[in-house]
Design a protein. Structure first.
Length: 270
């Protein structure tokens, strides 16, 4: 995505879970997409490595203990020397299992590669094919200048997405901690879509929490499959179609619209 010519952007988070593997050469920041982020990436990498050598509570920072903590520290210390994998192959969490990138056909993968942007606490944003090492750093972590990574990335990432989103649709599949990185008020996108999943319990609608990552991943996969087949497919056809093949029904009458920002709701079927 050095030059983004697509009509939409699909924004997704990274995952805590990552696949091991070093099939490609070590990290080369100059080869990553969105090269205006180079200096911030370099600064955060240096800060993270330095933090790993400090007497701070690394278990609290990284959110793991025991052998998992030792592995995370080792991976972070070796960021610049360990081998890399494409970002889409590195991340292994629930959302990525639902996307099942390697199960897509070549046209569907091409659409995914051209339209998806992956957020990252360490790298800001990535193209799915960008080569990255194994690492551990949450977007809400504080390792530099007493600011969270989300705060540090705010202006640089907003600038990049603002430049490439003009007159395009944004599909925001980000959880709150990643979505707040962007100042959408500075962007000139044509429309922005957000998605909520609810279930009906004891006469009330309650947000789905446990399966949200899987549902978002499934929606991303469905979107890429359908758009690869027909780039001009109608939005409602996508949302209705996703309803038909999932346990959640698109409730068009519940949609919220504020200017060019749309929030769509899916309700768990009985």
């Amino acid at each position: 995505m050095k030059n983004c010519s697509s009509k939409l952007l699909i924004l997704i988070p990274p995952s805590e879970g990552k696949n091991s593997g070093d099939l490609n050469p070590p990290l080369n920041l100059s080869t990553l997409s969105f090269d205006s982020l180079y200096s911030v990436r370099e600064m955060l990498i240096k800060s993270l490595i330095s933090y790993m050598k400090s007497d701070h509570d690394l278990s609290k920072l990284l959110g793991v203990k025991a052998s998992a903590l030792n592995l995370a520290i080792s991976n972070n210390l070796n960021l610049l020397s360990s081998g890399t994998l494409p970002a889409i192959s590195r991340y292994s969490g629930v959302m990525y299992k639902a996307i099942d990138y390697h199960g897509l056909n070549s046209d569907e993968r091409f659409f995914f590669d051209q339209n998806v942007i992956i957020f990252s606490g360490l790298f800001g944003i990535l193209n799915p094919l960008d080569l990255i090492p194994n690492y551990k750093l949450k977007i809400g972590s504080v390792i530099s200048n007493k600011k969270t990574c989300a705060k540090i990335w705010g202006n640089p990432v907003t600038d990049v997405i603002s430049n490439i989103s003009s007159n395009k649709e944004i599909w925001d599949l980000l959880p709150t901690e990643h979505s707040v990185v962007c100042d959408y008020s500075r962007m000139k996108y044509s429309k922005k879509y957000s998605f909520k999943f609810y279930r009906y319990v004891n006469g009330k609608f309650k947000p789905v929490t446990h399966w949200t990552k899987f549902l978002r991943g499934s929606l991303v996969r469905y979107l890429c499959v359908k758009k690869a087949q027909n780039e001009n497919i109608d939005l409602n056809d996508i949302l209705d179609g996703f309803s038909n093949q999932s346990e959640y029904k698109f409730q068009k009458d519940m949609s919220l619209v504020k200017k060019n920002n749309f929030t769509f709701f899916f309700i768990k079927k009985n």
